[in-house]
Design a protein around this ligand. Structure first.
Ligand code: ARG
Length: 466
């Protein structure tokens, strides 16, 4: 029998829960990481209770001192967590009760339902801030890499077939766009989390004269102008898990981006591409084949994406079809959310490390980009500049490509007369098109891979990333 450990709700029970039930229903093994937020919530709540006269200032101070002492014990690793006390809330309240008589008043006008909703919102705001910083680190590593590789040309690919030459920096800056959207998405999630549910009680608020705005302000649930933000419906406030889903969705999409970046790097570091070499620090060897250097860090970044997607799916499935309002199912919302955070955080760090240790082989890159056929589109543009309609130009260049294939010579080695037989608009200067720098120089418009545009984008990124 475990009746003693059910002090917070055991009043109407004659028998305590089975040992198996205790084991089954505990969450403290994973929600203990909410302790700093639970402490902050309890301090704000008790400050509010004192503010409205439901407890005395002395009781508030005693509660605060007790919570601070408990928090210090937790940080020092000296707190004795007890799974029989179910969750982080009851562990803290139990510890406080042993120290401070006024602890018995702390749960006035509060339920674990609005308490956990508050803890999680505070946690999301913190977690999104941490991920934002880590993403910034990876983005800065990427920016440095792009700056160092503006002059390197690589083929851009569609369908994993060589398409058109681009500056390597342009490819790297494409990744940067992806990561910056991720950073913005986590910031949006933090903003969505920024509403205070405390005061919603179990489901229907309270009959006591609490001041929700006071609590919200004390916990930093405020808008840009410092006005408190409190949730508008007590039932929604305790049932809502949208932010959990949004957070996991942001992480899952970050994972998709990680996996695409990783896949490019895996290809580039293969002997077949030979564009780049990964640092030893983020590669591993084979236990059997002595020559192997494997891109395990990138493969794991790619693999973690699956896990992040799984966590999102878990949360969607968990919330689907649940009747309003709180149901204990919702305790299962935490492991996937925490896992998405932990994995996203380490992935962002690893990505920064991988990028920081990358070396590119400019000659291999240039060789891959040197096939004049990659400039066939520029050749069509050349005809357009001679007044040829694009469809006709496309067709003519196609015929020229076919001709080169027939003679098994490079496109730019075809004699002018033969080319002119295909279309009279080809002039003696037609071969100038095959200087890849010419085409890039002309690509100066916003979003294009020309050097002037890349320089402008790099400047913008330097400003944006600090
Ligand atoms: N540990 C619980 C959870 O994470 C806290 C809320 C419990 N509420 C309740 N009515 N049992 O969901």
């Amino acid at each position: 029998m475990a009746k003693a450990s059910q002090a917070t709700w055991g009043g109407r029970f004659t028998a305590g829960p089975a040992e198996l039930m205790l084991q089954f229903s505990e969450s403290v093994s994973f929600d203990r990481r909410l302790a700093p937020f639970d402490v902050a919530g309890s301090k704000a709540h008790s400050a509010m209770l004192a503010h409205v006269g439901l407890i005395t200032a002395a009781e508030r101070d005693a509660i605060h001192a007790g919570l601070d002492a408990i928090h210090a014990e937790i940080i020092a690793g000296k707190f004795a967590w007890d799974t029989r006390l179910e969750d982080v809330h009851m562990n803290l309240e139990h510890a406080l009760t042993k120290r401070v008589p006024a602890a018995a008043k702390l749960h006035t006008a509060r339920s674990r339902n609005d308490q956990i909703a508050t803890d999680m919102r505070l946690w999301f705001k913190w977690a999104c801030g941490v991920l934002g910083e880590k993403l910034l680190g990876a983005e800065r590593a990427l920016l440095a890499l792009a700056q160092a590789n503006q002059a390197v040309l690589i083929p851009g690919y569609t369908h994993l077939q060589r398409a058109q030459p681009v500056s390597l920096a342009h490819h790297l800056l494409a990744w940067l766009e992806m990561l910056e959207r991720d950073r913005a998405r986590f910031a949006d999630v933090a903003d969505h989390a920024n509403w205070c549910p405390l005061g919603s009680g179990a489901i229907a608020g309270t009959t006591l004269p609490i001041d929700r705005e006071f609590t919200a302000r004390a916990l930093g649930f405020t808008d840009a102008k410092g006005r408190p933000r409190v949730t508008a419906n007590s039932m929604d406030a305790v049932a809502d898990r949208d932010v959990h889903v949004e957070f996991a969705a942001a992480a899952a999409l970050f994972g998709v981006h990680l996996s695409r970046i990783a896949e490019d790097l895996i290809l580039w570091s293969s002997a077949e591409f030979g564009f780049a070499t990964l640092s030893d620090a983020f590669s591993t060897g084979s236990s059997l084949m002595p020559q192997k250097k494997n891109p395990d860090a990138c493969e794991l970044l790619r693999g973690k994406a699956a896990r992040l997607q799984g966590n999102l799916q878990t949360l969607l499935s968990l919330a689907k079809g649940l009747p309003l309002t709180y149901n204990r199912d919702l305790q299962e919302d935490k492991p996937p959310v925490f896992d998405s955070f932990d994995q996203s955080a380490i992935c962002a760090d690893v990505l920064a490390g991988v990028l920081g240790g990358l070396t590119f082989h400019a000659e291999r890159c240039a060789a891959a980009a040197s096939d004049p056929a990659l400039l066939a589109t520029d050749l069509a543009d050349y005809l357009v500049e001679q007044g040829v309609p694009f469809r006709e130009a496309h067709h003519a260049v196609g015929a020229v490509v076919r001709l080169a294939e027939k003679h098994t010579i490079r496109l730019d080695h075809l004699p002018l007369e033969e080319v002119q037989q295909v279309h009279p608009a080809f002039k003696a200067d037609w071969v100038q098109v095959f200087d890849p720098r010419r085409g890039l120089a002309k690509r100066a418009g916003t979003g294009m891979p020309g050097p002037a545009q890349i320089a402008r984008q790099l400047k913008r990124w330097r400003r944006q990333l600090g």
